[in-house]
Design a protein around this ligand. Structure first.
Ligand code: XBP
Ligand code: MG
Length: 231
């Protein structure tokens, strides 16, 4: 019996990654670093989840020692820039997401998010796209550095399940990426995937369904039909 839906944020609720890339590049420029991540660079770097981890990987790729580098301060500036871009109205929910959350709420399903992104980014997205505080959209928000190991580790999903006080068989995850799917499956969750612009080439073994967009799910009845053979 499903009691909750747990949503990834980046790429799942909205196509955020181009805005993240812009925020990184604006921040690098403002800091006078002379770095610019192209779409191709960013597609490669996205396999490292988490903005601080991504900057650290970039430093390593350049042969620089991340130890003496102000990664956290640079990332904090990026988070601020990203929030400003979102507040300027540069983001929309992916098709089907708004209706799915509204229907889930109507039928009494609980809602959570489990994401690698920083908590202020979830807040900014909810304010801009739902017109509400994140805490009024999601009962449980598991985000960013709340766990030590980011996706594809299962930790963030386990954290969300613990906060919901539910077992993995009582919830379904929604994801856009192979890393996210691996995290959800490793936590024991069924997972519906709809790839986004940066994850179209990913492979999704073990997904409950792989959809072009979340409106293809057919709402909660569609989800129940997918789950029926598994129960
Ligand atoms: C998304 C990410 C995030 C964002 C950047 O992964 O990897 O790191 O790109 O956010 P997922 P921060 O959708 O699988 O959670 O810079 O705040 O880390
Ligand atoms: Mg994602």
């Amino acid at each position: 019996m499903i009691r909750a839906l747990i949503f990834d944020v980046d790429g799942t609720l909205a196509e955020t990654e181009e805005l993240h890339r812009r925020a990184f590049n604006d921040t690098f420029r403002a800091a006078g670093l002379g770095w610019h991540w192209s779409r191709a660079d960013y597609g490669r770097l996205l396999t490292t989840t988490g903005g601080k981890e991504r900057i650290t990987r970039h430093l390593q790729d350049l042969g620089l020692d991340p130890a003496g580098f102000p990664v956290a301060a640079l990332h904090a500036a990026k988070t601020e820039r990203y929030g400003a871009l979102i507040a300027a109205g540069e983001l929309a929910l992916r098709p089907g997401i708004g209706a799915l959350l509204a229907e889930a709420r109507r039928v009494g399903l609980r809602l959570a998010c489990a994401t690698t992104t920083s908590a202020p980014n979830v807040e900014a997205l909810c304010r801009a796209c739902f017109g509400k505080a994140a805490g009024d959209v999601f009962e449980v928000i598991a985000a960013g550095d709340i766990v030590a190991a980011k996706k594809p580790a299962p930790d963030i999903y386990r954290h969300a399940l613990a906060d919901l006080n539910l077992g993995p068989e009582q919830a379904v995850a929604f994801e856009d990426s192979a890393n996210g799917l691996r995290a959800a499956r490793a936590a024991g969750l069924a997972c519906v995937v709809s790839p986004g612009v940066y994850t179209l080439q990913d492979e999704f073994p073990g997904a409950l369904a792989v959809l072009d967009c979340f409106s293809e799910l057919g709402g909660i009845a569609g989800l129940a039909a997918l789950l029926a053979p598994a129960q």
